[in-house]
Design a protein. Structure first.
Length: 389
């Protein structure tokens, strides 16, 4: 059976219940005649022990809301009780006050209590050596022991709170890393989808527009345009299926009828150039240096940059372009130049291609520029290969 909410840990109701229970226990000891513990010279009425008992119980009720006031009231009650001859109930309840002051009070408070109780314990030991051994034992049991217990519990709670805060901070950092990873993956997916879909569809759109807009085409010209459309469509579908295969869960398989996996590597640029030439762009290719194996990320980025640059030249140029691939000791440099068609005719573009090429180069710590150069449009990307020349 669950306790009512007002008795939950940390509530004022629980503190008041504890104060009431302490008062009840003290009254039981009072009724049993456990006062005074020390017989003074003057006979003291037993009723005088009740106000200090009530006061120390009030101190227990104030343990959370006012730890300093609780300690002050409890200490004053203990002093009065000691002057009267000391009652067992008040002394026992005061140990709870000391414990609560160390657990719920400010750090400075428990440090002072530790110093004072240690000093009183040493003084009690000295007095005990002189013949009052019971006094030293009483100071240690009723003073130093509750303080040490309270400090231990407080340090444990502080350590637990610090561990919880550290765990929450770690969880926030993990969530932040997850979100950043998701954002980076979404950006990568956007680049890949643009390169796979937009480039091939651009060739399809150009030839479909030519077939529809130029009257009097003979069958051979129409078939040539349709072949380019078909090759671009098949190539785009193959690359799209490759991307879907990468995104699938491990262990799943794609359709067995899927064409052979497309390898997007700079070494496959010859096939890309042939397809662009078939689409109507006269491309001159020049290679400087000795081709070598490239890191996977550099290989893919170089292929996609060449693909996007030639597609832009096909869409916005005058029908010719020059591709230069320079293999250098520590980087590969790609340059694509083409004249720009006057009047701004051609297929519209949203600029996502340039953004994607720049992102690819930046992610690899490379350099990328695109813009007019000597009356032509030039795209230049330098991608580090990680080698030292």
């Amino acid at each position: 059976m669950r306790a009512p909410p007002w008795l939950d840990s940390g509530t004022l109701g629980r503190d008041l219940v504890l104060a009431g229970a302490s008062l009840a226990g003290g009254l039981v000891l009072y009724a049993l005649g456990w006062q005074p513990q020390v017989r003074p010279d003057v006979e003291v009425p037993s009723a005088l022990f009740l106000p200090p008992l009530v006061a120390v119980c009030v101190a227990v009720g104030l343990r959370r809301v006012a730890p300093r006031a609780s300690l002050a009231v409890g200490t004053a009650a203990l002093v009065v009780d000691a002057v009267l001859g000391s009652s067992l109930g008040t002394v026992l309840i005061y140990t709870q006050v000391l414990y609560d002051a160390c657990v719920y009070g400010p750090p400075r408070l428990w440090r002072w209590l530790l110093r004072i109780t240690v000093a009183l314990s040493l003084l009690g030991v000295v007095v005990g050596v002189l013949g009052y051994a019971a006094l030293g034992v009483l100071v240690v049991l009723a003073g130093l022991l509750p303080v040490l217990t309270g400090i231990s519990v407080r340090q444990y709670r502080d350590q637990a709170a610090a561990e919880r805060a550290r765990a929450e901070q770690t969880a926030r950092l993990v969530e932040l890393d997850r979100r950043q990873a998701v954002s980076a993956e979404r950006a990568r997916m956007a680049r890949e989808l643009h390169d796979v879909v937009a480039n091939h569809l651009s060739a399809v759109a150009i030839h479909a527009t030519a077939v529809l807009s130029v009257p009097g085409l003979d069958r051979g010209q129409v078939e040539s345009a349709l072949r380019v459309i078909r090759e671009s469509s098949v190539q785009g579908l193959a690359e799209m299926r490759q991307m879907i295969e990468v995104l699938r869960e491990p262990g799943t398989s794609v359709d067995p009828a899927t064409p052979e996996v497309v390898t997007a590597r700079l070494a496959e640029a010859d096939g890309l150039v042939e397809r662009v030439r078939a689409a109507g762009l006269a491309v001159r290719v020049r290679t400087d240096g000795t081709p070598g194996a490239l890191p996977v990320g550099v290989d893919l980025a170089a292929y996609r940059i060449v693909q996007e640059s030639l597609t832009n030249a096909l869409k916005h140029g005058t029908g010719e372009a020059e591709l230069t691939i320079a293999y250098r000791p520590a980087e590969v440099v790609l340059t694509v130049e083409n004249p720009v068609r006057r009047g701004g005719s051609g297929l519209p573009g949203a600029g996502a291609g340039l953004i994607g090429m720049r992102e690819r180069a930046t992610l690899l710590a490379g350099r990328f520029t695109a813009g007019p150069h000597d009356g032509r449009w030039q795209v230049r990307a330098a991608l580090p290969t990680g080698e030292v020349g």
